[in-house]
Design a protein around this ligand. Structure first.
Ligand code: FPP
Length: 255
């Protein structure tokens, strides 16, 4: 169990006491980074400027997550539904990982961050696959924060993949249907090697899951904020961690 270090300027003495009493850090934080377009619109900037600023914010939040000894940070960067956007915007978003890694990979390596992805990687353009594939390779032995980027990810597509894999196994092996249970299914998820998210953050005021980690979020604590992703600072991230610490997780049982 890791503990958040005080101080967070925003909080008063009572909050500090609460913090000390409840200082539990989530192992796995998942974020729906929403609001890049609205952030740009508000500033009379083109949408891509919001995505660029959103990319830079990834760096800040990764650093904060690492500093708080969070084990896994899953970021929803591109969904299976985002292909419905204009071609130019899709291209811009899918070039961001390359730009991000060109700028920040050395620092991420220095911070011992390990990069992974979930989603249909093969369908991504070559420029995304090459940059991200290279970063995965270069960081695979790192033991710090896992930066898990959801790229061309959709939870329903993941479930389809799970069902297909199990159906294939049923055809080829000595397969007993009664072996199928929650853990069995879990072993086929893209996230099978990761702990389930403890905390889900969604920025920009929407309160929906948008096809993100539907199975994995069954008992996750949710935290929503109106702040757009590019403006979501380390201190708001810490506010979410503080809120998480005050939650009583019962998993359907009694406290
Ligand atoms: C949602 O905001 C955001 C996206 C679809 C793209 C998110 C991508 C990044 C923040 C960059 C990721 C980079 C790396 C390296 C992981 P929106 O465009 O739907 O905003 P809106 O709802 O205000 O229009």
């Amino acid at each position: 169990m890791a503990f958040i270090k005080w101080p967070f300027q925003k909080y008063n003495k009572k909050d500090k006491e609460n913090h000390e009493a409840l200082s539990v850090i989530p192992k796995h934080v998942a974020i729906i980074m929403d609001g890049n377009g609205r952030w740009a619109n508000k500033r009379n900037l083109p949408r891509f400027a919001g995505h660029k600023e959103g990319m830079d914010n990834v760096k800040r939040i990764v650093k904060a997550a690492n500093a708080h000894q969070i084990e896994v940070l899953t970021l929803y960067a591109f969904s299976t539904e985002n292909w419905k956007r204009p071609r130019k915007e899709i291209e811009y978003i899918l070039k961001l990982p390359k730009e991000f890694l060109k700028t920040y990979l050395p620092e991420l390596i220095e911070q011992n961050v390990r990069i992974q992805t979930i989603g249909h990687f093969d369908q991504l353009p070559d420029y995304t696959k090459e940059a991200v594939g290279d970063a995965i390779e270069q960081t695979k032995a790192n033991t710090g924060l896992i930066l898990n980027i959801a790229l061309n990810y959709g939870s329903r597509a993941e479930m389809v993949d799970v069902v297909k894999s199990i159906a294939k196994e049923a055809q080829t092996k000595d397969f007993n249907i009664d072996d199928v249970n929650e853990q069995f299914i879990n072993n086929y998820l893209y996230t099978s090697q990761l702990p389930e998210p403890d905390l889900l953050i969604r920025t920009s005021g929407e309160q929906r899951l948008s096809n993100f980690l539907l199975w994995q979020l069954a008992y996750t604590e949710f935290w929503f904020t109106d702040i757009h992703w590019p403006a979501f600072t380390e201190s708001e991230f810490e506010e979410a961690l503080m809120a998480y610490q005050a939650r009583k997780r019962r998993y359907g049982g009694l406290s």
